[in-house]
Each structure stands twice: as structure tokens, then as C-alpha cells.
Design a protein around this ligand. Sequence first.
Ligand code: NAP
Length: 286
Amino acid sequence: MENYYLVGSPVGHSLSPAMMNLSFAHAGIDARYGLIDAVEHDLPAVVDRLRKDASGWNVTMPDKHAMSLLCDELSPAARIGGSVNTVKNDNGHLTGHTTDGTGFMNAVREAGFPVPGKKLTLLGSGGAAGAILIQAALDGASEISVFCNRPSSREHVHAIREKLREYSETQIRIFGYQPEDSLREEIQSSDILINATNIGMNTGRSSGPVCLIPDASFLHPQLFVYDIIYHPAKTPLICMAEENGIRAEGGLSMLIGQGAESFRIWTGCQMPLPEVRSLLLSKLPQ
Ligand code: NAP
């Protein structure tokens, strides 16, 4: 039997074991996917053990950067972002990948909005936003306008942009949320608007924004809105778009897409997407 794991902390709430164990069973592969709760300073010892014992593993917070330093080889996207969420072990040789960006690209392509040649407005500069920025640039988006919250986030995106120059001709521009005119202008000239922040997740909060788009006049009818948040299924941004006849989708397809890409890297097999989607919908709180 082959062993696969999710490494990070906390990991107990993860949907990955359900998704992966269903996929292994469906593909007839004798493998099991378990959890390893480990913070960064535990990683060297954990990786020593996994090098002998496991065929591959996923990595989640807070270990994605530390894992990138322990691999023998990195994919271009993992190298640029300094972040690994999937490791493949070939007889002790560890290759690190990052599949969040690929999961996003697959999700929007499946929705009928392929990224190559398109202009994107990307809200956010955290881990998921960085992965989307890198993969969209590597895959040939024409322009990406990134909106950042804190000045340090702006510096982080600036550093990614510099590293991407070697691999991509995508024009990347960096903005703050104020004044709002820039946000409006960039969205109006975009094909796809992506929310890659956690704003919209905690709709029960009594303070703070629930949506970074002030009102529907910022959107336009041909726009495709993708919110990477998957719980709730319909964020305030998605509701705003749909109420105004604008196509919008939540992040469940990206969640499945990043898992499907890990599964493909490990096994060469396709994940059974409809079955995985039904399973995850049954497990997500309503
Ligand atoms: P993260 O690294 O903590 O990044 C959070 C982002 O939100 C940062 O860019 C942060 O900007 C921004 N933000 C927070 N408060 C803000 C505010 N008041 N105004 C403007 N921006 C604000 O988190 P992450 O890992 O990227 O995850 C972000 C969200 O995506 C989470 O809800 C997560 O569940 C979801 N996600 C979904 C998938 C999927 O497969 N669908 C995958 C990964 C993550 P500053 O740092 O500058 O404040």
C-alpha cells in the first residue's frame, strides 16, 4: 500500500482525506491518505521519515514555504512563489509543486473563461492570490491588476513581479484600494475579477467589510467574477454579481481543481470530479 499525507497545522478540519481517499478507491489504487500535524520546526524530521515512507504529500499552512526549502527540485511556479503544496517522492528525490494556481486556471477554464490573452483584476496578495498571479502570468494572461491592502503586501507582489519577468510578458500593475477610481477603471477594462482575499468569508462578523467592491456599478455585464472562498458558497460579492446578471462562481471548483492537480502529479490519473464534488458538498456546512 502507498502512503500519502497532508502536512500542516491544524489539519483536523481538512476535506483532503475524503477527496483523495475517494479518488484512490475510484482509480483502483491501493493507497491511503492521512494527516500529519506539524509546524515548521518539525518539518526536517517529518520529511526525513516521509522520504522513506510516502509516495507524496500535500502541504498546508503554516508549512508551505518551509517545505519549499526541503525539496530537491521545484516546479517554476513553486520556485517563483517560494511555496509548495504538493510533493512527489520518486525513490527519495522530492519534487515540490504548487497547485492552487493550476486549480484556479482549470476552474475558470471549465466555467468558459480561459485566462490566456485576458485581463484580470486580482484582489489580494496572500498565499492564494500569489499562486493565482504566478500561474496566470505563466499561462499568458495579457494584464493583471493586483489590489493590495497593506504596504508590505504591495512589496511582496512587487517581488513576485520581478521574479516573473524571466518567464512571462504579462503586464502586472499594483494598486491600493484607495482612491476607488483605480479599482473601478481596472475592473471596467477586465475580463475576469477574482476575489482572493478572505473578505466575504466571515459574513457573520459585526465589523469590517464583507465585500471589497463598493457597489455593482463597479462591475460590467461581460465580466466573469470568481470568488475563491468556498464557504459560504455565495459570498456577498457573488450575490452582488448575480443580482445584476453577471456570471459568478465560488471557490469550490478551485479547491477540487488543486486537489485534482496533486492527484494527477502523483498518479497520472484523473480525479473523478463529479463524485468528489458531491462528496465535498455533503461535507461542507450548509
Ligand atoms: P492569506 O494568505 O491570509 O491572505 C489573505 C488576503 O486577504 C491578504 O491579501 C490580505 O491582505 C487580504 N485582506 C485581509 N483583510 C483585508 C481587508 N480588510 N481589506 C483588503 N484585503 C484584506 O490567506 P489565503 O491563504 O491567501 O486565503 C485567502 C482566502 O482564500 C481564504 O478565505 C481561504 O479560505 C481561500 N482559499 C481558497 C482556496 C480554494 O481552493 N478555493 C485555496 C486557498 C485559499 P493584507 O495581508 O495586505 O492585509
